[in-house]
Design a protein around this ligand. Structure first.
Ligand code: 5GP
Ligand code: MN
Length: 317
């Protein structure tokens, strides 16, 4: 069993780096911190290397182990979480993965590059954090209150607060276990789902005002430019959740949010019933899950808008 093999490798390692995807979300952060705390409880010198940490996750235990720079050049082990391809790891951190003696990935995305020495991939798990719950249980690694808080955050955010169709019985079982353990679930929920910065609120107002419909109201589209980001003082995490607004509108099958990056535009897509947006995003070199996916489009705004809308339109019934 690969999990057992990984456990042996962990026991043999001293310095371990935990990595995830760029523009980290609740699952990237929750799984990384949960893993890091578990490793530290095993007396490993573990850190998370991560940039663009959204401040609404500052409440999480282990926050102090998140670093933007590494003091070590060569790690005994690198563990990449919630990330199906090395292309999504922040380019500055890829060398720490490449240089590490043992490479591990733990992920729940449908299309996965299996890029590590050990790949634990479960497509039906709603969150990388939930894979860690069952892995820790299997290996007998204690899920402390702090670790549970981090993993619960990943499960809550990747299931849209237990509302998305990816949610499983195990998600609720773990939530119930957390309550039994005395973990403050309502606070985790509030901090990760129900609290927004003023700048995030402004971003939501702007994108709601700009929202347009296509394909007879079955596609909702909105966007933000770098200029908007500058004007509003957008911070990491402020773009999260904007794409969810379009999905809530009656009759909408796919919600699209485009936002400008240093180079090109990032497309974020959500579907409601029948369209596999991961397949749509694959056309543009991206990916994700059936009902939540994304891609980076190296195009002008007009080109990206036209291309993504016409691609989605092909799938509309
Ligand atoms: P979001 O829209 O929240 O940024 O991402 C939704 C889902 O799509 C996440 O599971 C995320 O990992 C995936 N995703 C977003 N952008 C990309 C991308 O550029 N490439 C790939 N392969 N997946 C992406
Ligand atoms: Mn995830």
């Amino acid at each position: 069993m690969t999990l057992d093999e990984i456990y042996v490798e962990i026991k043999n390692a001293e310095n371990i780096v935990v990595l995830s995807h760029e523009t980290p979300d609740g699952d990237a952060i929750g799984s990384s911190l949960g893993m890091c705390l578990a490793l530290r409880n095993m007396n490993k010198n573990a850190i998370v290397l991560m940039k663009d940490f959204p401040e609404n996750y500052n409440f999480l235990p282990g926050r102090e182990f998140i670093k933007t720079k590494s003091e070590i050049q060569k790690y005994d082990m690198a563990i990449v979480l919630d990330c199906p391809t090395l292309k999504r790891v922040n380019s500055e951190y890829i060398e720490y993965f490449e240089n590490s003696k043992v490479k591990v990935e733990i992920d729940h995305h449908g299309k996965n590059d299996m890029f590590a020495d050990y790949n634990i991939v479960n497509h039906v798990s709603p969150a990388a954090s939930q894979i860690l719950v069952s892995s820790f249980e299997y290996l007998g690694i204690e899920i402390t209150k702090d670790i549970g808080t981090c993993l619960l955050t990943g499960i809550i955010t990747d299931t849209g607060g237990f509302r998305n169709s990816n949610v499983t019985i195990e998600s609720f079982e773990f939530a119930s276990w957390c309550l039994n353990k005395g973990i403050n679930l309502p606070n985790v929920y509030k901090q990760s789902m129900l609290t927004m910065s003023k700048t995030k609120f402004e971003a939501q107002k702007l994108t709601m005002n700009r929202l347009e419909f296509f394909a007879d109201g079955k596609i909702a589209f909105t966007y933000m430019t770098k200029e908007d980001d500058l004007k509003l003082g957008i911070k990491p995490g402020d773009h999260d959740g904007i794409v969810e607004i379009g999905r809530m509108i009656e009759g909408v099958e796919v919600s699209i949010f485009l936002y400008e990056k240093e180079k090109g535009y990032k497309a974020s897509l959500r579907s409601n019933e029948y369209i596999n947006v991961a397949e749509v995003c694959l056309t543009f070199g991206g990916g994700g899950h059936i009902k939540a996916a994304g891609a980076t489009m190296n195009m002008t705004f007009e080109e990206a808008k036209k291309a993504i809308i016409s691609e989605v339109t092909k799938y509309i019934k």
